[in-house]
Design a protein. Sequence first.
Length: 242
Amino acid sequence: MIKLCRILILALAIVVLGNGIGNAEDQPFTITTSVGPPLYFEDGSGFFNLLTAEVFRRLDVKYEIIWLPPQRSLVYTNDGSYDGHIARTVAVEKRFPDLLRIPVDIFSFDFMVYSKNPQLSVLGWQDLLPYSVGMINGWKIVEQNLDGARAVFKVNSYDQLLAMLDKGRIDVAILDRVMGEWTLRSGGYESHIIEPPLISKPNYIYVHRRHAELVPELTRIISEIKRDGTLDRFFVKAKLHR
């Protein structure tokens, strides 16, 4: 009887483990993003939605794209809770060493100053030091360049930032050009974009270190997407302007 019970327990364990392995294999590749319109839309029409769908179609891997706030998306992807992230600059690599970059840039962010004063002159980061500055929490490249500013306020959304600027709670805000312009128009805010960009930086897809074996293939696929004109078509479809 004892022997029979042991056999039944062993058989049950094999079934459970087998089901667990099967389910793990069926799980989609989870890729986080922290951007908003027009780069990411929940309906799948954003530029990053289109690009991610094409990348994983060519890779022949099921995937799921998940929106998270900027800082959380980095932390959770770096600790392995998710499989990858789209898209970040190389500034994240020092603090998040378990993120591996796919070394083909997919998009360049122009980091712009937004102000209620259209005549404001800002030629570099140092010109922002006398002001109270708003930024998106988790944007490492901005954070690193605002050391010494009179005050720095961090929020999780573009709408929050532009609303603070409109209400005079901050003097200037740092946003990228594409998503900032979209939010400015859609929200009816009265602020202005100050030229030129503070800095322009290429952005990349990252995967967690446990997917290191995918880096060469993803590098090939993204290079091909750029070379064959697919990336340019996605720019047009998502109504982006370079």
